[in-house]
Design a protein around this ligand. Structure first.
Ligand code: MN
Length: 283
């Protein structure tokens, strides 16, 4: 599939500049994730702060683990399910459930307490869970915006199919389509499925940095350099998460679930959370 721009324009295809292996770590109550960043080798991918592939894992009855009540401030958390289902609830009064192909885009902003758990029937009876969690930073001017919750069912995600490539556009503009998520920053998030030997060539805003991560694949993040065109290929079948965004180029101060610009702001976040100012789920 080739998405054409202005005829005759000279294009520059983004080169691969770096590959970064994912670390394997335990998160939440102890479930295993594959994490390309943050790691010592790659502290972030401005404007993205964290990328976790959750599973794939097949749980027995009573085994499935999630992330019970915990706070966030200063950024957005995104969950994209590939298999299984997750349930979410937060102190701003939002609750929801996402299944395969659905997206949950939660803006923590000024602060929420939320829980992210495998669906009740998976916790009870077991089942397969596979998904992605992404943290998107907020710029200084928006770190304390009101919390927001966007739940996008799979059917509302634009899908483009052509020449062995299937593209689902979650946020931003990619392969000629725009995703349904309202974003605070200039970011692009897409899922590209390639059949063996297929290639996808598309324009991508040159102001956005870009990387891809293959779900269930070699667990390597591929970082692309400057250019106005992205070319993705696969020898075998591949499911690629495409992340692109205009870097914020601001100081990043992070302490667990809080990501601010300065240490003082982190101290204030911890104090506000401990004082109960983020509220509580169901309160
Ligand atoms: Mn969380």
């Amino acid at each position: 599939m080739t998405v054409h721009g202005s005829p005759g324009a000279a294009h520059r295809t983004r080169p691969v500049v770096r590959t970064v292996p994912a670390a394997t770590v335990r998160e939440g109550a102890g479930f295993v994730v594959h994490r390309p960043f943050p790691t010592p080798a790659l502290p972030d991918f401005d404007p993205f702060l964290l990328l976790d592939e959750m599973g794939p894992a097949t749980y027995g009855p009573g085994e499935a683990l999630g992330a019970p009540d915990h706070p966030h401030r200063g950024f957005e958390t995104v969950t994209y399910m590939l298999d299984g289902a997750f349930e979410h609830a937060d102190s701003a009064g939002h609750a929801g459930r996402i299944g395969p192909g659905d997206v949950q885009w939660m803006t923590a902003g000024a602060g929420v307490v939320h829980s992210e758990m495998p669906a009740a029937e998976i916790r009870r009876s077991g089942g397969r869970v596979h998904g992605v969690q992404l943290w998107v930073n907020l710029p200084r001017a928006r770190k304390l915006v009101a919390p927001r919750y966007q739940e996008i069912p799979a059917a509302e995600i634009p899908t483009v199919r052509s020449d062995g490539a299937t593209v689902r556009v979650i946020a931003g503009t990619f392969a000629g389509r725009s995703g349904p998520v309202a974003t605070h920053t200039a970011v692009t998030v897409a899922h590209v499925r390639l059949e063996p030997g297929a290639a996808l060539v598309t324009e991508l805003d040159p102001a956005q940095r870009c990387c891809t991560y293959a779900f269930g694949g070699p667990r390597v993040l591929v970082v692309y350099g400057d250019g106005d065109r992205l070319r993705l290929t696969a020898d075998g079948p591949a499911d690629l998460l495409v992340l692109a965004g205009v870097p914020l180029r601001e100081p990043v101060a992070r302490y667990g679930p809080f990501v601010m610009n300065t240490r003082e702001e982190l101290v204030a976040a911890v104090e506000d959370y401990r004082a109960g100012r983020f509220g509580a789920i169901g309160a």
